[in-house]
Write a protein that binds this ligand. Sequence first.
Ligand code: SIN
Ligand code: FE
Length: 290
Amino acid sequence: MVNLTELALAHWDDSCSAAQQSAALQALEDGHVLLLPRLNFDVQQETSLLGEMNAMAGKAKSISWDATRGVRGHGASHDATLLAAMMERYATQTRTLLSNLLPTYASQLQQGKTSFRPVEIAGRSLSWRKDDTRLHVDSFPSSPTHGRRILRVFSNINQHGAPRVWKLGAPFTQVAQHFLPTTPKPSAAAAALLRWMKVTKTLRTPYDHYMLQLHDRMKADLAYQAHAEQYTHEFAPGQTWMVYTDLVSHAALRGQHAMEQTWLLPVAAMANPAKSPLAILENQLGRRLV
Ligand code: SIN
Ligand code: FE
C-alpha cells in the first residue's frame, strides 16, 4: 500500500486549519507522500517554454535555479529570463504553502534549489547513479547536508495529460537494515581529501557518507530493485505533492514537465527527531554520525 496522505488545498496561499497542519506534519515525518491533488502550479505564461523544451530530450535531466546563481543547465537557445521567473515563482509559492501548512518548520527551512524537469523520464539514458527510475533515497554527492532533512515539493505541469509515475519503496529502517551490514565505514582522511579537492562543498560527514552509500547501493543492486517492496503511483497533471526524499524510497518512471523545490530542515526542528534518517542510522550503527 502506498503511504499517501491527501489534503484538499486549492491555492498556494490557503490558510490551513490546525488539524490540517498536524496531519501534514505527522504524515511527512512518518514517511508519507503528502498529496495536494487540487493544488496546481499555473504555467500559462510559460507554455511556450514547455513546448520548446521538448527539443531538449536526452540533455540535462533538470534545469536548476537559485537566487544567487540564477538559472543553470538550460541551453543557450532558451529564454533564461522566462525560466528564472517561473522558477522564482515556484520557490515563492512553495514557501508560502509551507509557512501556512507547517508553521513549526517555517522559520527553520533553508531554501535549496528550484528545478524544472523538461525531459521525458522514460527511455532517457543515464548512468546507473543518475538513473532515478531506480528506487533510492536522496543524497547530494557534492553538497553534504550534515544531517539536515531534504523536504521536496513537486508539481506535475504537463500540458498533455501525462501523469508523473513514481514508485515508492520500503521504509527507511528496512533499507538501512538491508544495506548497512555490508557498507564500508567512513574515513575521515577520505572526507578531508574530497573537501580539499573541492569534490564536496563542505566536509562529507559520516552521516553524508552513509546516505550516499545507501543511495548508490540501492541503485546499483538490480536484485534489490526487482524484489524490494514497491508500489506504483501516478501523479496527475495539476497536482502537487511533497515528501522527505531522504527518508522515503522513491523512483520516477515516466512523465515530462515537472517543477521541484528543495527545502532543508535541521533535525531539531522536527516534531519528532527520532524519525529522521540521522537518528535511525545512529541507532542502527550505535554511534554518532555528525
Ligand atoms: C527523484 O527525485 O528521484 C526524481 C523525481 C521526479 O523527477 O519526479
Ligand atoms: Fe530522488
